[in-house]
Ligand binder design. Structure first.
Ligand code: PEP
Length: 258
């Protein structure tokens, strides 16, 4: 899958090639300052794709649900300023056309992995789609969800391991590292890994990133916040800018070793 981006030579980011593609940014776009500070920092460390939620699938209806189109506009501004490609979640079929105006990659979240109308609609676009693993889905269900997108003619599907629901409560989800090599056996599609949602804990994001690389991931999707303790959403799983800075040399070292 190739994604346009001004910050790499030739203007495209290749997901599923030989490089580990770093996608990083805030869980949710909160303010211009928060987004720009984070984008500048992750770009400097080598991230080429900026993540940020504008439409958030909040477990509680009383939680922050994102800035909507205003958040997309801020993401577009960050793209122009830092030359990064943008990944953001789309939650409903009716929002797909609008989100496509701003996003370089559409994200389908775990809760919507089996929203077939949404899968059909993103399948009718030609935008790359990151399809997160449903938190209680089997591999067969996940791959069939990918088929929904593919069968509409959109070949640009990237799978994302983001943890599954188990009996364990110490972590928010149980990160299933085995999904990475297994998907590579079962499918031709690239797979990336989201250790932030996958664990719900910022102290585990680093180790799970490195384990994902060792297991063969094509990229990492990491939540970064300038001040995670003040984050409006998912601060517990967002790493600080300093932690991201410290992680990157380790990412390069493990990638070089495999
Ligand atoms: C996210 O990445 O913002 C997100 C909500 O992820 P997931 O769908 O994996 O929970």
């Amino acid at each position: 899958v190739e994604v346009p981006s001004a910050c790499v030579e030739g203007g495209v980011v290749r997901i599923g090639g030989s490089d580990i593609v770093m996608m990083a940014g805030p869980c949710t776009v909160e303010t211009e300052k928060q987004l720009m500070t984070t984008a500048a920092a992750v770009r400097k460390e080598g991230a080429v794709i900026l993540r940020g939620g504008a439409f958030k699938p909040s477990t509680s209806p009383y939680g922050f649900r994102g800035l909507g189109e205003e958040g997309l506009k801020l993401l577009a501004k960050a793209r122009d300023e830092f030359g990064m490609a943008i990944i953001t979640e789309v939650m409903t079929p009716t929002d797909v056309a609008m989100v496509c105006e701003y996003a370089d990659i559409l994200q389908i979240g775990t809760r919507n992995m089996q929203n077939y109308m949404l899968l059909d609609e993103v399948g009718r676009t030609r935008k790359p789609v990151v399809l997160k693993r449903g938190m209680s889905s089997t591999f067969e269900e996940w791959l069939l969800a990918a088929e929904y997108v593919l069968s509409q003619g959109n070949r640009n599907v990237i799978l994302c391991e983001r943890g599954i629901r188990t009996f364990e409560k110490t972590t928010r989800n149980t990160m299933d590292i085995s999904a990475i090599p297994l998907i590579k056996r079962l499918s031709h599609l690239p797979i990336i890994s989201d250790p932030s949602q996958g664990t719900g804990r910022r102290d585990l994001v680093g180790p799970m990133s490195l384990a994902s690389i060792a297991a063969g991931t094509d990229g990492l999707l990491i939540e970064v916040h300038p001040n995670p303790d003040e984050a409006l959403k998912d601060g517990a799983q967002s790493v600080t800018i300093e932690q991201f800075h410290d992680l990157m040399p380790q990412v390069h070292a493990v990638a070089a070793a495999i």
